[in-house]
Design a protein around this ligand. Structure first.
Ligand code: AMP
Length: 273
């Protein structure tokens, strides 16, 4: 595995590589969810590039940018063992200059749901993903369905800007107890972690009701909110794949999303049905 720090060094290494390239962008503190993305990329490409970059422009004032877990050595080992060919580890100064051209998230879909509680977050995400895709120029790039709104906005950007990359959505990996894996789970105390399990339980409850024939989203939402009690719920909503709210679930076209704050940690989860 080659570890490269600057965009120029990674570009130079990839320029002489002739096969297909799969790319997995991350913010590090890698877990089995990231590993699953890497393995999916490994199975479909001649080379795999992973980036580890805690992107400052997607953190709002007062968020956990400085506290975000950083695990350089462990991450390197995970990448090495997962068969990564190129690990890209840039510093902020390698990625951003002064007085830059900016990229904005769409006015509506970038500012609903997670974009309501984190205005501007998705502009930062799209900016860095655009930069990373331009550096790596991969055939395919892999993103988790766990961050469903992020995935939808990246697909929108790739389509709007006519970018030449296939975006591959990957299933959410969960711990044995059902909690979706996230680098931010390390912030949870044992007590908070058990409270957090209400999130996957609420999604499971809604899914079960759908399977039993309850398709009315208002009723499903009420049931989810009851399971989530007494968590601070940012949203528990049911949308179609374009992220518009729907009155009735249409199986194969619906996403149920929950965001809740447990202690001081904001947790996201969803189920695609
Ligand atoms: P992050 O390092 O949190 O920015 O995540 C990097 C990528 O891993 C994103 O595409 C995430 O959606 C994806 N990811 C994070 N957690 C999971 C998970 N539990 N299962 C699958 N993919 C995940």
């Amino acid at each position: 595995m080659e570890i490269l720090k600057t965009p120029a060094a990674l570009k130079a290494a990839l320029e002489i590589f002739k096969g297909s390239v799969g790319f997995v962008p991350t913010m590090g503190a890698l877990h089995i969810g990231h590993k699953a993305l890497i393995e999916t990329a490994r199975s479909a490409n001649d080379a795999v590039v992973v980036s580890i970059f805690v992107n400052p422009t997607q953190f709002l004032e007062g968020e956990d940018l400085n506290a975000y877990p950083r695990r350089k050595e462990a991450d390197e080992k995970i990448c090495e063992l997962a068969g990564v060919d190129y690990l890209f580890y840039p510093d902020v100064a390698d990625m951003y200059g002064r007085d830059e051209v900016s990229l904005s998230a769409p006015d509506v879909r970038g500012y609903i749901l997670e974009g309501t509680s984190r205005p501007g977050h998705f502009s930062g995400v799209l900016t860095v993903v655009n930069k990373l895709l331009n550096i790596v120029n991969p055939d395919r790039a892999y993103f988790g369905k766990k961050d469903a709104q992020q995935l939808m906005l990246i697909e929108t950007m790739v389509s709007n800007l006519f970018m030449n990359v296939e975006i591959v959505p990957c299933e959410t990996v969960r711990d044995d107890d059902g909690l979706a894996l996230s680098s931010r789970n390390v912030y949870l105390s044992a007590q908070e972690r058990s409270e957090a399990l209400k999130i996957p339980r609420a999604l499971k409850r809604a899914t079960k009701l759908v399977m039993q024939g309850e398709l009315e989203t208002g009723r499903l939402q009420t049931e989810m909110l009851a399971v989530l009690e007494p968590l601070e719920v940012e949203y528990a909503v049911i949308v179609n794949r374009a992220f518009a709210p729907v009155e009735y679930v249409e199986i194969g076209h619906t996403i149920i999303l929950v965001e809740a704050v447990v202690g001081t940690t904001r947790l996201l989860d969803n189920i695609w049905i």
